[in-house]
Design a protein around this ligand. Structure first.
Ligand SMILES: *[C@@H]1O[C@H](CO)[C@@H](O)[C@H](O)[C@H]1NC(C)=O
Ligand SMILES: *[C@@H]1O[C@H](CO)[C@@H](O)[C@H](O)[C@H]1NC(C)=O
Ligand SMILES: *[C@@H]1O[C@H](CO)[C@@H](O)[C@H](O)[C@H]1NC(C)=O
Ligand SMILES: *[C@@H]1O[C@H](CO)[C@@H](O)[C@H](O)[C@H]1NC(C)=O
Length: 517
């Protein structure tokens, strides 16, 4: 009987739901992971409302309402430059970036809630069955408390420590360190010390500075009767992470954490323009593609590195395509083709493209694996150090630190990959691993979102770690008894042994004495 009821419950398709999908990071590499998810939800008959910097503007999607927040790109442009350009990722930079980024996002969220489209939603009488929020910050979770509905967090990469904490997922500083740290798979002693310090620091800063600050913003726009943001975030049902155990570090994930892995962006196949296509077609010795993505502009690299790259390229018998964001590149050799914007997917798919020089952003890594192109990775921030380490681990890439860059090193690395076929073979192997899963990331995301809608939340998946105090979690109260007890026992044992030995000694020496006498 119970089974019948359960079966019908499960088999009943999720009825059309009102879904609010709110994202905050103005970056196409983040948003392109979410776009296919909100598109698919709307195609399945849900009424989807999106607030974000990259609306699809697709008139055929009649169940989709988009609040265009593309203004956020201008806000970001001014601030990101100073932080992303021309550095070797270091611990100090990550510590400072945390202070800076959280502050920047705080200003941004304040602006976000002021936008008329967002105000209409906050103060309107729409009802929502679920709120999906980009989960690098808890602030947009306020919508869930406003509409008294379940909350789902989503990210386009892994999750920082405070985000994992909201579901009580372990993030051990040694075997699963924060993904923003500039470390690969093997941690040195220094890495382990700094990763541990970071794990403490980032939580203290989050609890004492970030959460109260964001809570103020929420109360300002949603009203003072809102619950504390720290309680709202702990109410989260699920965390959907764009992680893939092939690319990312293996770590424990709780049932409330879903590793989507490889959500394929909607392929807006911008074709190659004829000039670029001719250049690629005529490059019989192969093409090396250089791009540092959309967040860092290669034209803003310090001049010394641009010189090194140009010198290297001019010496080599290959052709080069460089995503260069200015009109001219002084001293550009004949074998280098520059263009401000490159249709990356189409370029990587061209058979003459043999190597990709990249920062190692996750989207670029996924695209290059998909098109079987090995890489030279020059990481600069966030999860890039780790992503490049993945390429090194699977043998389809070479990592170079920007500060180590010289003509010899770059030349050797390019030659090595262009001449040694094993890099190509390894990227093909990795591609097979990456796609060998029972479902793809998009299917998984949609299924789990509908699961939360069907069951009005997923509190049954909540980790018990969420509901015990931190001193219990760290076993402090247990050790508070166990350590003194063990200490006392050892002390007593020592005392007893002492007494025993003393008496024995006395006896023995007496015996000896009496014998002598
Ligand atoms: C919109 O949703 C309805 C159900 O609510 C569905 O029948 C229809 O196919 C959807 N339309 C589009 C274009 O997705
Ligand atoms: C769908 O969502 C939009 C925007 O939030 C809202 O205006 C509209 O009333 C909703 N439609 C239904 C049928 O709930
Ligand atoms: C927690 O979520 C439930 C629904 O899942 C909602 O009714 C409740 O108001 C939420 N509490 C807070 C503090 O957000
Ligand atoms: C090719 O590279 C692999 C490592 O990636 C190395 O083991 C192998 O010896 C190289 N082959 C040649 C011919 O250099």
């Amino acid at each position: 009987m119970i089974w019948c009821i359960l079966l019908t419950l499960v088999a009943v398709p999720t009825e059309s739901a009102n879904i609010l999908f709110a994202t905050s990071f103005a970056s196409i590499s983040h948003q392109s992971v979410f776009q296919p998810i909100w598109k698919e939800l709307s195609l399945r008959g849900h009424n989807v409302t999106v607030i974000g910097s990259n609306p699809l503007h697709d008139k055929t999607l009649t169940n989709l309402t988009e609040v265009d927040m593309s203004y956020m790109y201008n806000q970001k442009k001014e601030t990101s430059k100073k932080w992303l350009v021309g550095q070797k990722p270091g611990f100090l930079q990550v510590f400072m970036k945390d202070v800076f980024l959280t502050y920047f996002f705080s200003i941004m969220h304040d602006n976000y809630f002021q936008q008329p489209g967002v105000q209409n939603i906050i103060n309107g009488d729409n009802e929502f069955d679920v709120v999906i929020a980009e989960w690098l910050f808890p602030t947009l979770g306020a919508f869930a408390a406003r509409f008294k509905c379940p909350l789902i967090g989503i990210t386009s990469l892994g999750a920082p420590i405070p985000s994992l904490d909201t579901v009580g997922n372990p993030s051990h500083p040694i075997y699963s360190p924060d993904h923003n740290l500039p470390i690969g798979r093997e941690l040195s002693y220094r890495d382990r010390v700094l990763s541990t310090l970071y794990a403490i620091y980032v939580r203290v800063h989050y609890q004492l500075v970030v959460l109260p600050r964001e809570d103020k913003t929420v109360k300002k726009y949603f009203g003072t009767d809102m619950p504390y943001l720290g309680d709202i975030e702990r109410n989260i049902s699920l965390l959907l992470l764009n992680r893939n155990p092939v690319i990312h570090k293996i770590m424990p994930v709780y049932p409330a954490v879903i590793e989507l892995g490889n959500v394929r962006p909607i392929k807006v196949y911008k074709p190659l323009n004829s000039e670029l296509k001719d250049f690629l077609d005529n490059s019989k010795n192969g093409v090396v593609y250089l791009s540092f993505g959309t967040n860092l502009l290669s034209s803003e690299l310090p001049e010394q590195y641009i010189d090194i790259i140009l010198q290297t390229f001019s010496k080599l018998p290959y052709n080069f395509v460089w995503k260069w964001e200015k009109d001219v590149l002084p001293g550009k050799p004949k074998n280098v083709f520059i263009q401000k914007w490159i249709p990356q997917t189409a370029l990587l798919a061209h058979p003459n493209v043999k190597l990709f020089i990249t920062q190692g952003g996750l989207q670029s890594l996924e695209e290059t694996i998909t098109h079987h192109v090995p890489i030279i990775g020059i990481p600069s921030h966030s999860d890039q150090t780790f992503n490049v380490d993945t390429a090194v681990k699977y043998g389809f890439g070479i990592c170079i630190d920007l500060i180590d860059l010289t003509v010899e090193i770059l030349e050797d690395a390019i030659h090595e990959i262009m001449r040694n076929d094993s890099y190509k073979q390894n990227v093909i192997k990795t591609e097979k691993l990456m796609n060998d899963f029972p479902t793809n990331g998009l299917e998984k995301a949609v299924w789990w979102i509908e699961y939360v809608i069907r069951h009005k939340g997923a509190q049954h998946l909540r980790s018990p770690a969420m509901d015990i105090p931190w001193y219990q979690y760290l076993l402090l109260d247990v050790f508070a008894i166990v350590f003194p007890f063990v200490f006392v026992m050892l002390y007593l044992k020592y005392k007893i042994m002492n007494i025993v030995i003393c008496t024995l000694k006395k006896r023995f020496s007496k015996n000896v004495k009496t014998k002598k006498e």
